[in-house]
Write a protein that binds this ligand. Structure first.
Ligand code: SAM
Ligand code: SF4
Length: 328
């Protein structure tokens, strides 16, 4: 019998798996995907739900506790609720989260909750209709606040909202987003733009450092350091306005690294285990799974290669795969 925790070569125990269920998306966010899309994975290469559940079932006895479903946009894959229900049934898994652009939450929040989803991270980069269309480059009827309310009403908790801040694009909305936390128990997290993927319209000049983001949020009221949500604390640093229901957070991949406490690995839609979002080290689990071979030796091989920290700051724009391709 193996030990109950998976530990990498630097002693970080790995209990968190982000699973990309699709590389496709119904948006084309300027910082994530080119307008014409990406070379999508062939359907036969994508893990079936049964295969995803098989990976989780083999990882859970090794210490996997928390799962996040992501993509691409996970809600465009049919019957996502059935995947959630199957994952809920895997012994040892105590927390299932979803990352989504939120477009489908008004119809899906309740069925997903009923299937066993615990919580969501929703992404929205503007509260203004024309800007949402300009950034997502898709024209859906979409009001982020309606989607967040649907998630809250369905009982998903905690609710986190991720906002990628881009200079000259949406940095004038930082205070508006932060103000949402006054009355709602939501955790609004501002993310520094990362120079990954094929960002033809964005440059390093669009990156807004977290200190400036916090300065803009402070226009609402004084911010003081706060504890984040009790579940799913990730790389964000949290603050709160006096008496506010929610918190304001910043995620700072560009100005600080948080690799020292990184407890996560990623499973791509085509079944590769990646140990760092920005590295290119990956281990093919799909072929072993389809050949009926045990996955544990491959998990251990992957973790032995998990880098101490990423080298994003030394890289050039365009030098990395888009987050949608690696399950960002
Ligand atoms: N489609 C889902 C969504 O948008 O939440 C899940 C996948 S998306 C790749 C995951 C997160 O990555 C989103 O919060 C998105 O804003 C963020 N992201 C993608 N590209 C980014 C970039 N270049 N810089 C910063 N954040 C990025
Ligand atoms: Fe799609 Fe999410 Fe990438 Fe936007 S950030 S294009 S919603 S995967």
């Amino acid at each position: 019998m193996s030990d109950v925790t998976l530990t990498d070569q630097f002693g970080r125990s790995i209990e968190y798996l982000r699973i990309s269920v699709t590389d496709r998306c119904n948006f084309r966010c300027t910082y994530c995907m080119p307008l014409e899309g990406l070379p999508w994975l062939p359907k036969a290469d994508i893990l079936s739900y049964e295969e995803i559940v098989a990976v989780v079932t083999q990882l859970a006895p090794l210490g996997l506790r928390r799962i996040r479903l992501t993509g691409g946009e996970p809600t465009i894959r049919p019957q996502l609720t059935s995947l959630v229900a199957q994952l809920r049934g895997v012994p040892g898994v105590s927390d299932i989260a979803l990352s989504t652009n939120g477009v489908k939450l008004p119809e899906l929040a309740r069925p997903l909750r009923d299937a066993g989803l615990d919580r969501i991270n929703m992404s929205a980069d503007s509260l203004r209709e024309d800007r949402i269309v300009a950034i997502a480059r898709r024209n859906f009827p979409f009001d982020p606040v309606t989607s967040l309310v649907a998630a809250q009403d369905a009982g998903l908790s905690p609710i986190k909202l991720n906002v990628v801040v881009m200079r000259g694009v949406n940095d004038d909305e930082v205070a508006d987003f932060a103000r949402l936390t006054l009355d709602r128990p939501w955790h609004v997290r501002f993310i520094e733009l990362m120079p990954v993927g094929d960002m033809r319209e964005l440059t390093w000049d669009h990156v807004v450092p977290s200190a400036e983001i916090l300065d803009r949020a402070s226009a609402v009221d004084a911010l003081t350091a706060a504890d984040g949500p009790t579940r799913g604390n990730g790389p964000a640093t949290y603050y709160r306005f006096p008496g506010a229901a929610g918190t304001v957070g910043v995620i700072t991949p560009m100005t600080h690294t948080y690799c020292g406490t990184c407890n996560r690995v990623r499973l791509t839609a085509d079944g590769r285990l990646r140990t760092c979002l920005f590295g290119d080290h990956e281990v093919n689990l799909r072929d072993a799974l389809r050949a009926g071979e045990p996955l544990e030796p491959l998990f251990r091989e992957a973790l032995a290669g998990k880098p101490r920290e990423h080298s994003l700051l030394q890289m050039q724009v365009g030098g990395l795969r888009a987050l949608s391709q690696v399950g960002g």
